[in-house]
Design a protein around this ligand. Structure first.
Ligand code: ATP
Ligand code: PRP
Length: 306
């Protein structure tokens, strides 16, 4: 394939080719001004504005490619990293704040015989997370060797939730976000093995072996993604205020480093600008009004470096 010849001097970044994380991964790259041109038939896309190549893989395969250093950076769930047998070269570089869910043990809610995880010892569990499930039951059973495990752990690649109703499993270990899927299947959670979210992952040792230019590029990419995350977390708040109220108002909007205070053409009044946390903006605006601020405006930040 001709494309392969263009990969040598590029930084390879693995992202999910489909599934729950695909859209948000594509968006975070676009918001970071990391552009690429993808041929729908190929799982490799060359960057159009940076010397990178995006490698589209199954979310579960991304840790393997980052661990062996072929891809230097990747985006996938922490669950996939922990499930991967060889993950010792992978560092979690950044929590991307999406793909939040929990890996839970679920049992039929009307089961008469199974109520706790201990009741599942010696029974059959179906899961896509065989390694994490075996590790969990080994601890529970107090055994040190997987061959001694009494609980049977079976792999299926999807629709795990159907396994109990089909009589294949006594319990399952699967991801849960809203809980809708498990409720619809008559299942209930009895234990959480892991809370997970999508992360930027990296192979730090392989980064050290890159050319100086590609090492710099790695830093630039991480800084751009961090900028997008910060822009998602904050909004920009502007207001006018009587000078004498400033001490109280600045406690409400201290800014990330410090607020900007500018003179305006109105004796005794100033304009204040500061970044504020998006999730607190309603309370902050209410407090500003109560403390004499006016003309309060809140703006989206589309990107930033702070
Ligand atoms: N319901 C969910 N809510 C939020 N994040 C989820 C959810 N289900 C899965 N994830 C996250 O997305 C990752 C990929 O899961 P997804 O089911 O989309 O994989 P997939 O690419 O369809 O897998 P496969 O190729 O094995 O079918 C999971 O490892 C997890 O980190
Ligand atoms: O708690 P909820 O919001 O309902 O989400 C949970 C569901 O999402 C995941 O499956 P997905 O839909 O990705 O498909 P899959 O079963 O083929 O893995 C997971 O395996 C559950 O089935």
């Amino acid at each position: 394939m001709e494309l392969v010849n263009h990969l040598n001097d590029r930084l390879l970044i693995a992202i999910p080719k489909k599934g729950r994380l695909y859209e948000k991964c594509s968006k975070i790259l676009k918001d970071s001004d990391i552009y690429f041109k993808k041929n729908p038939r190929l799982d490799i896309a060359l960057g159009t504005n940076l010397p990178i190549a995006i490698i589209f893989l199954r979310a579960a395969d991304i840790p393997t490619f980052v661990n062996n250093g072929k891809c230097i950076l990747g985006i996938t769930g922490v669950d996939e990293v922990q499930e991967c047998e060889q993950n010792d070269q992978i560092s979690l570089a950044m929590d991307l704040n999406f793909g939040n869910c929990k890996l839970q043990v679920q049992i039929p809610e009307n089961s008469e015989t199974i109520h706790t995880v201990e009741d599942l010892i010696g029974k059959t569990i179906v899961t896509s997370f065989v390694n994490l499930t075996k590790q969990y039951f080994m601890k529970l059973e107090n055994c040190t060797d997987v061959s001694q495990l009494k609980t049977k752990v079976l792999y299926v690649g999807g629709s795990v939730e159907a396994s109990c109703a089909l009589g294949v499993a006594d319990g399952i270990v699967d991801l849960v976000e809203s809980g809708e899927t498990m409720r619809a299947c008559g299942l209930k959670a009895i234990e959480t093995l892991l809370s997970t979210s999508a992360h930027l992952i990296e192979n730090e040792e392989k980064i050290k072996e890159l050319s100086e230019d590609l090492q710099k590029l790695t830093k630039v990419i991480k800084s751009r993604i961090q900028g997008v995350l910060t822009a998602q977390k904050y909004v920009y708040c502007n207001y006018n205020a009587p000078q004498e109220n400033l001490p109280e108002l600045l406690k409400i909007t201290p800014g990330r480093r410090a607020p900007t205070i500018s003179k305006i053409d109105d004796e005794g009044w100033v304009a204040v600008s500061a970044m504020i946390e998006r999730k607190r903006k309603g309370d902050i605006m209410d407090d500003l009004v109560s403390n004499g601020a006016s003309d309060i405006m809140v703006f989206e930040i589309s990107n930033c470096r702070v």
